[in-house]
Design a protein around this ligand. Structure first.
Ligand code: NAP
Ligand code: GCO
Length: 264
C-alpha cells in the first residue's frame, strides 16, 4: 500500500505564517506531521500560531530570518533540542521585487537572491546533517514559473528561482545516497499576498490587466489557490515519493504546456 501518511514526522516550513507556506504546513498537519514554522517578526509568528490554532493545528512557531546563517543554525539547534530531528524541510520563505532591471539597484537584486536562493542553501545545509544521521529526509524547494520563464521586471526573482531549481538538483545528486530526496514544487500564479498587486481592481473598478492576462495564459482558466499545492506537497513529503529525486513538479494549471490562446 502506497504510504502518503506523514504520521510521526517533524516538518519545518519556512515563512509559513500565511500564504502558500501556511497551506502546505496545514496540509502536512492533517496528514499527521508535527509542524514547525518561522517568520521574521514575533507579531507574524503570533498571528500564524493563532491561525493554525483556529484551524485546529498545534504548530510550533519561532522568529528567524532565514537569510541570517547564525540565526538559522541556532534555530535548527533549538528545534532539534526541543522537538527532535527535522524529517521534512520546505524552503518556502520568499520575496519578489517587480522593478525594470536597469532601474533595480544591486542591493535590491542581492536582497531577492538572499531570501530566495541563499536562504534555501543556508537552511538546507543546517538541516541535512540531522537527516543523514536519521537515515532519511525530504527537502522541498518552492520554485516558480520563473524557474523556467522570464518576464519583465522580475530579473532578480527569475535568477533566484532558476538557481533554486539547480540547487534542488544538486542537493538530490549530493545526498540521494543518504536516502534524502530533494525536489521542487513550481507553483503557477497563486492568489496570495505576494500576487495581490497583480490582481487588484483598477481605479475604475475594472480587472487588473495582468489578472486577465494570466487567466488567458492558464488552460485551467483561473488563478491557483494555496490549497492546490497541498496534495503535491504531501506526495513529495511522504514515502510515496521515495524514488522521486531532483524533480520540479509544476502545479500551474497548465501554463508551461500552453503556447497561448490562438486567434479565432
Ligand atoms: P507571501 O504571501 O509573500 O509569503 C511569503 C512568506 O515568506 C511570508 O510569511 C514572509 O514573512 C516570509 N519571509 C519573507 N522573507 C523572509 C525571511 N527573510 N525570513 C523568514 N521568512 C521570510 O508569498 P507566497 O505567495 O505565499 O509565496 C511563498 C513562496 O512561494 C515564495 O517562495 C514564492 O516565491 C513562491 N511562489 C509564489 C507564487 C505565487 O503565485 N504566489 C508562485 C510561485 C512561487 P514576512 O511577512 O515577514 O515577510
Ligand atoms: C510575478 C509573480 C510570479 C509568481 C510566481 C509564478 O510577478 O510574475 O509574482 O513570479 O509569484 O513566481 O510562478
Amino acid at each position: 500500500m502506497v504510504n502518503f501518511s506523514l504520521e510521526g514526522k517533524l516538518a519545518l516550513v519556512t515563512g509559513a505564517s500565511y500564504g502558500i507556506g501556511f497551506a502546505i504546513a496545514s496540509g502536512f498537519a492533517k496528514a499527521g506531521a508535527t509542524i514547525v514554522f518561522n517568520d521574521i517578526k514575533q507579531e507574524l509568528v503570533d498571528r500564524g500560531l493563532a491561525a493554525y490554532q483556529e484551524a485546529g493545528i498545534k504548530a510550533h512557531g519561532y522568529v528567524c530570518d532565514v537569510t541570517n546563517e547564525e540565526q538559522v543554525n541556532a534555530f535548527i539547534r533549538q528545534i532539534e533540542k526541543e522537538l527532535g530531528t527535522i524529517d521534512i524541510l520546505v524552503n518556502n520563505a520568499g520575496i519578489i521585487k517587480r522593478i525594470p532591471m536597469v532601474e533595480m539597484s544591486a542591493a535590491e537584486f542581492r536582497q531577492v537572491i538572499d531570501v530566495d536562493l541563499n536562504a534555501p542553501f543556508i537552511v538546507s545545509k543546517a538541516v541535512i546533517p540531522g537527516m543523514i544521521k536519521k537515515g532519511h529526509g525530504k527537502i522541498i524547494n518552492i520554485c516558480s514559473m520563473m524557474s523556467e520563464l522570464g518576464r519583465e521586471t522580475v530579473s532578480a526573482y527569475a535568477a533566484a528561482k532558476g538557481g533554486l531549481k539547480m540547487l534542488t538538483r544538486n542537493i538530490a545528486s549530493e545526498y540521494g545516497e543518504f536516502n534524502i530526496q530533494c525536489n521542487g514544487i513550481g507553483p503557477g500564479y497563486i492568489a496570495t499576498p505576494q500576487t495581490a498587486p497583480l490582481r487588484e481592481r483598477q481605479a475604475d473598478g475594472s480587472r487588473h490587466p495582468f489578472d486577465a492576462f494570466i487567466v488567458a495564459k492558464t488552460p485551467a482558466a483561473r488563478w491557483g489557490s494555496p490549497e492546490d499545492l497541498v496534495g503535491p506537497a504531501v506526495f513529495l513529503a511522504s514515502e510515496a515519493s521515495d524514488f522521486v529525486n531532483g524533480h520540479v513538479l509544476y502545479v500551474d494549471g497548465g501554463i508551461l504546456a500552453y503556447i497561448g490562446k490562438q486567434p479565432k
